[in-house]
Design a protein around this ligand. Structure first.
Ligand SMILES: Cc1cc2nc3c(=O)[nH]c(=O)nc-3n(C[C@H](O)[C@H](O)[C@H](O)COP(=O)(O)OP(=O)(O)OC[C@H]3O[C@@H](n4cnc5c(N)ncnc54)[C@H](O)[C@@H]3O)c2cc1C
Ligand code: FES
Length: 498
């Protein structure tokens, strides 16, 4: 039976149950966000003797980390040959060097704390299907780039896939794990060393005084770490981050095989394929075909196409799990990690590489807080301004945001009457000049909130596959009752009456 949760949530150990923050607290460091970035930072700082409080809006691991693919590798989604063209060979080598250290830290953490999370070393593979000169040229450039970074590669042969592959690159010594088991078991190991609070959404903060507030409590700390995937609030960095969504689809493999390993298909649209063994069940999953958040139109179509992708290549049963995840793509190809103002730290812009980059970000900011120079901090520094390296992407993202603002016009609504909204669907409708986001539940009851995003006032769009309101500007997402799920918005969409 299909479950609209990630395969990781369906197969992990029982969820965590940390208390909700209540009252005023003080700490050396407060971390907002319990994904891989936040938990890894908490681990490193508590190991160094700091008093740490971590606040998670939902449950630890259920942000993007628990909706990822669980692949750990030293290369990057932007491709090393592209990083070299934008930044030069030294930066490209620094990317591989820093990511190698972060991947090694994940493995060392698993070994040290005996974390049960299906970790193993395996290969990373790019593969091509059919003849495509552009992909052949990419494979040559990427092979050269990897080799220049000292990474040993094999090219050309089918890396063990059961369907026809025309070209490939394979790199040994990469890894895969179960991302949610990793986070939940790490949180379990940390619980006696740092205070973790769940269902404790930060709704306000004073950057200068180092105070963060939740509905029922507050924390004052010398350092505030924004490990929320993208910073909450309004910052310049949001103009250089493109929010994109991707879906994942998994099914049981009925016959034939799918080897362990990371497999990235290079034909467009791009896909990432892997298997996962859960007891005696073998699943195969595909993730990919990204689109700009809030602009996916009928998002169910993406799920359908992913199912077709799997059925065309594998003998599978019914689709068992479908899910979605968000990534923030940096305009110049590198994450933004570092200090903002006197007390705040940002860890963002990881694209689809953030299990390793999130761990690396934790290493960099914890060194900053501990007064140690981290040798990678300059590569990813926050205050870089890179017009030449990012102009095209910067222009694309911000021109697109401008188009979204223009959509906020009186004539731009989905429907004119409530009757036009099918049960189980949401539509934007206008009443007395006000844009309203109306969700009609399965029983025909309308749930109404403002359609104006609380971040910077773009109009949200309905995402039918995930039953959420998604903002097309900077990627904030809201539940049907208006509650913020992710993105830079801090405040929920206010409830309205129709
Ligand atoms: C489909 C998909 C597949 C991917 N696959 C891979 C992969 O195979 N390998 C890889 O390296 N990377 C992958 N990535 C990228 C990677 O998953 C992310 O970059 C990484 O998980 C980000 O971790 P994080 O801790 O920074 O953010 P998150 O995991 O999103 O954690 C942020 C946390 O902050 C919490 N939060 C937000 N707002 C507040 C608030 N106001 N108060 C308190 N808490 C708050 C959220 O609830 C969330 O739990 C993938 C991404 C996507 C979209
Ligand atoms: S996320 Fe910025 S306006 Fe909605």
């Amino acid at each position: 039976m299909k479950k609209t949760v990630s395969i990781w949530e369906a197969t992990a150990q029982a969820g965590t149950s940390f208390p909700t923050l209540n009252g005023s607290k003080e700490a050396d460091v407060v971390i907002i966000g319990g994904g891989i970035s936040g938990l890894s930072t908490a681990m490193l700082l508590t190991e160094a003797g700091k008093k740490v409080i971590l606040l998670e809006a939902l449950q630890v691991g259920l942000g993007t980390t628990g909706n990822s693919t669980g692949n750990l590798y030293v290369t990057v989604d932007e491709h090393l040959s592209v990083i070299k063209k934008k930044w030069g060979a030294d930066t490209m080598k620094a990317v591989v060097g820093s990511r190698t250290e972060a991947l090694n830290l994940i493995e060392a953490t698993i070994r040290k704390h005996d974390l049960d999370c299906n970790f193993y070393r395996t290969s990373f593979n790019y593969f091509a299907e059919g003849t495509d000169k552009e992909i052949d040229a990419f494979i040559k450039d990427e092979t050269d780039a990897l080799t220049e970074c000292g990474v040993k590669v094999n090219t050309g042969t089918n890396p063990g896939l059961s369907f026809n592959v025309t070209n490939s690159i394979s790199v040994e010594g990469q890894a895969q794990f179960h991302p949610l088991k990793y986070i939940r078991s790490l949180a379990g190991k940390l619980k006696d060393k740092c205070e973790i609070y769940e269902n404790s959404q930060v709704i306000d903060f004073d950057e200068d005084k180092g105070i963060v507030k939740t509905k029922d409590g507050s924390v004052k700390a010398a350092h505030v770490i924004m490990a929320t995937h993208t910073p909450k609030g309004v910052y310049m960095v949001q103009t250089v981050l493109g929010p994109y969504r991707e879906h994942g689809v998994a099914a049981e493999l009925l016959s034939g095989d799918m080897p362990q390993g990371i497999f990235w298909g290079m034909n467009k649209p791009k896909h990432s394929v892997r298997c996962f063994n859960d007891g005696d069940k073998k699943y195969v999953m595909v993730i990919g075909d990204m689109y700009k958040t809030g602009q996916g139109e009928d998002t169910n179509e993406y799920i359908k196409k992913l199912e077709e992708y799997l059925r065309f290549r594998f003998s599978i049963g019914a689709i068992t799990h479908t899910w979605g995840g968000q990534q923030y793509r940096p305009a110049d190809g590198l994450p933004y990690i570092g200090k903002h103002g006197d007390a705040m730290y940002f860890l963002t812009g990881f694209a689809t590489d953030g299990l390793v980059y999130g761990t690396l970000a934790a290493m960099i900011v914890s060194d900053m807080i501990l007064g140690r120079k981290n040798k990678w901090e300059d590569t990813y520094k926050l205050n870089r301004f890179t017009p030449l390296k990012s102009f095209k992407e910067f222009f694309k993202e911000n021109a697109d945001n401008f188009v979204q603002y223009l959509k906020d016009t009186p004539w731009n609504t989905d429907v004119d009457t409530l009757k036009e909204i099918p049960a189980g669907e949401g539509r934007v409708i206008e009443k007395h000049g006000e844009k309203l986001a109306v969700y009609k539940d399965e029983h025909g009851v309308n749930h109404v909130c403002s359609a104006v995003c609380t971040h910077m006032k773009c109009i949200v769009n309905w995402n039918p596959a995930e039953k959420t309101w998604d903002c097309p500007c900077h990627g904030s997402r809201f539940k049907t009752n208006g509650q913020v799920i992710e993105g830079p918005a801090v405040i929920d969409l206010p409830a309205k009456k129709f």
